[in-house]
Write a protein that binds this ligand. Sequence first.
Ligand SMILES: [Zn+2]
Length: 136
Amino acid sequence: MEKLKRKLMTFMRGRYGADQLYNALIISGMVLYFLGAMTDLGVLVIVAQLLIFWALFRVYSKQIYKRAEENRKFLKWWQPNQKKLKLFFRRFKEIKVARFRKCPNCKTTLRLPVKRGKKTVKCPTCHQKFESRIIL
Ligand SMILES: [Zn+2]
Protein backbone atom coordinates (compact mmCIF):
# COMPACT_ATOMS: atom_id res chain seq x y z
CA MET A 1 0.00 0.00 0.00
CA GLU A 2 2.84 2.40 0.92
CA LYS A 3 4.60 1.50 -2.33
CA LEU A 4 1.50 2.25 -4.36
CA LYS A 5 1.06 5.58 -2.59
CA ARG A 6 4.67 6.54 -3.34
CA LYS A 7 4.29 5.51 -6.98
CA LEU A 8 1.16 7.64 -7.29
CA MET A 9 2.93 10.61 -5.71
CA THR A 10 5.81 10.33 -8.17
CA PHE A 11 3.33 10.14 -11.02
CA MET A 12 1.43 13.20 -9.82
CA ARG A 13 4.58 15.28 -9.30
CA GLY A 14 4.57 18.31 -11.56
CA ARG A 15 0.99 17.68 -12.60
CA TYR A 16 -1.79 20.15 -12.02
CA GLY A 17 -4.24 18.15 -9.86
CA ALA A 18 -7.81 18.92 -8.86
CA ASP A 19 -9.32 22.40 -8.48
CA GLN A 20 -12.77 24.00 -8.41
CA LEU A 21 -13.19 23.66 -12.18
CA TYR A 22 -12.34 19.97 -11.85
CA ASN A 23 -15.08 19.52 -9.23
CA ALA A 24 -17.59 21.42 -11.38
CA LEU A 25 -16.76 19.33 -14.46
CA ILE A 26 -17.05 16.04 -12.58
CA ILE A 27 -20.31 17.01 -10.88
CA SER A 28 -21.98 18.34 -14.04
CA GLY A 29 -20.62 15.34 -15.95
CA MET A 30 -22.20 12.93 -13.50
CA VAL A 31 -25.51 14.82 -13.48
CA LEU A 32 -25.65 14.84 -17.30
CA TYR A 33 -24.66 11.18 -17.45
CA PHE A 34 -27.45 10.31 -15.04
CA LEU A 35 -29.99 12.42 -16.96
CA GLY A 36 -28.86 10.87 -20.24
CA ALA A 37 -29.27 7.37 -18.86
CA MET A 38 -32.71 8.23 -17.46
CA THR A 39 -34.06 9.86 -20.60
CA ASP A 40 -32.33 7.82 -23.30
CA LEU A 41 -30.80 11.01 -24.71
CA GLY A 42 -27.50 9.67 -25.98
CA VAL A 43 -26.13 13.16 -26.64
CA LEU A 44 -26.20 13.92 -22.90
CA VAL A 45 -24.08 10.86 -22.20
CA ILE A 46 -21.58 11.95 -24.85
CA VAL A 47 -21.37 15.48 -23.40
CA ALA A 48 -20.99 13.97 -19.92
CA GLN A 49 -18.12 11.79 -21.09
CA LEU A 50 -16.44 14.79 -22.73
CA LEU A 51 -16.73 16.82 -19.50
CA ILE A 52 -15.26 14.00 -17.42
CA PHE A 53 -12.50 13.45 -19.99
CA TRP A 54 -11.70 17.18 -19.88
CA ALA A 55 -11.60 17.07 -16.06
CA LEU A 56 -9.15 14.15 -16.08
CA PHE A 57 -7.03 15.78 -18.78
CA ARG A 58 -6.70 18.87 -16.56
CA VAL A 59 -5.75 16.85 -13.45
CA TYR A 60 -2.84 15.10 -15.21
CA SER A 61 -1.80 18.14 -17.23
CA LYS A 62 1.72 19.47 -16.73
CA GLN A 63 0.86 22.94 -18.04
CA ILE A 64 0.10 24.22 -14.59
CA TYR A 65 -0.04 27.89 -15.50
CA LYS A 66 -2.59 27.32 -18.27
CA ARG A 67 -4.80 25.19 -16.03
CA ALA A 68 -4.67 27.74 -13.20
CA GLU A 69 -5.70 30.42 -15.67
CA GLU A 70 -8.70 28.34 -16.78
CA ASN A 71 -9.71 27.87 -13.17
CA ARG A 72 -9.39 31.59 -12.49
CA LYS A 73 -11.68 32.39 -15.44
CA PHE A 74 -14.14 29.75 -14.32
CA LEU A 75 -14.28 31.18 -10.78
CA LYS A 76 -14.78 34.70 -12.11
CA TRP A 77 -17.83 33.46 -14.03
CA TRP A 78 -19.07 31.11 -11.33
CA GLN A 79 -18.91 33.24 -8.18
CA PRO A 80 -21.75 35.66 -9.05
CA ASN A 81 -23.86 32.72 -10.22
CA GLN A 82 -23.13 30.81 -7.06
CA LYS A 83 -24.52 33.73 -5.02
CA LYS A 84 -27.72 33.71 -7.08
CA LEU A 85 -28.05 29.95 -6.73
CA LYS A 86 -27.60 30.16 -2.95
CA LEU A 87 -30.29 32.86 -2.70
CA PHE A 88 -32.59 30.76 -4.89
CA PHE A 89 -32.35 27.82 -2.47
CA ARG A 90 -32.59 30.09 0.56
CA ARG A 91 -35.93 31.48 -0.72
CA PHE A 92 -37.36 27.96 -0.62
CA LYS A 93 -35.81 27.05 2.70
CA GLU A 94 -37.17 30.15 4.44
CA ILE A 95 -40.46 30.41 2.59
CA LYS A 96 -42.44 30.15 5.84
CA VAL A 97 -40.55 32.85 7.71
CA ALA A 98 -39.11 35.30 5.21
CA ARG A 99 -39.38 36.95 1.81
CA PHE A 100 -36.50 38.40 -0.16
CA ARG A 101 -37.00 41.76 -1.84
CA LYS A 102 -34.62 43.97 -3.76
CA CYS A 103 -34.27 47.56 -2.68
CA PRO A 104 -35.33 49.66 -5.74
CA ASN A 105 -32.71 52.26 -4.89
CA CYS A 106 -29.47 50.37 -4.24
CA LYS A 107 -30.44 46.85 -5.41
CA THR A 108 -29.47 45.22 -2.13
CA THR A 109 -31.47 42.07 -1.41
CA LEU A 110 -33.36 42.43 1.86
CA ARG A 111 -34.68 39.61 3.98
CA LEU A 112 -38.13 40.57 5.27
CA PRO A 113 -40.22 38.68 7.83
CA VAL A 114 -43.49 37.36 6.41
CA LYS A 115 -46.31 39.74 7.21
CA ARG A 116 -49.12 39.84 4.72
CA GLY A 117 -50.14 43.14 3.20
CA LYS A 118 -48.52 46.43 2.37
CA LYS A 119 -45.63 47.59 4.44
CA THR A 120 -43.12 50.39 4.32
CA VAL A 121 -39.61 49.06 4.48
CA LYS A 122 -36.49 51.04 5.26
CA CYS A 123 -33.41 49.75 3.48
CA PRO A 124 -30.57 49.29 6.02
CA THR A 125 -27.94 49.98 3.37
CA CYS A 126 -29.12 53.23 1.76
CA HIS A 127 -31.82 54.22 4.31
CA GLN A 128 -34.32 54.74 1.49
CA LYS A 129 -37.94 53.87 2.26
CA PHE A 130 -40.03 51.81 -0.14
CA GLU A 131 -43.32 49.93 -0.21
CA SER A 132 -43.31 46.18 -0.09
CA ARG A 133 -46.36 44.05 -0.61
CA ILE A 134 -46.48 40.44 0.47
CA ILE A 135 -49.50 38.60 -0.88
CA LEU A 136 -48.67 34.98 -0.12
ZN1 LIG B 1 -31.24 50.36 -0.54
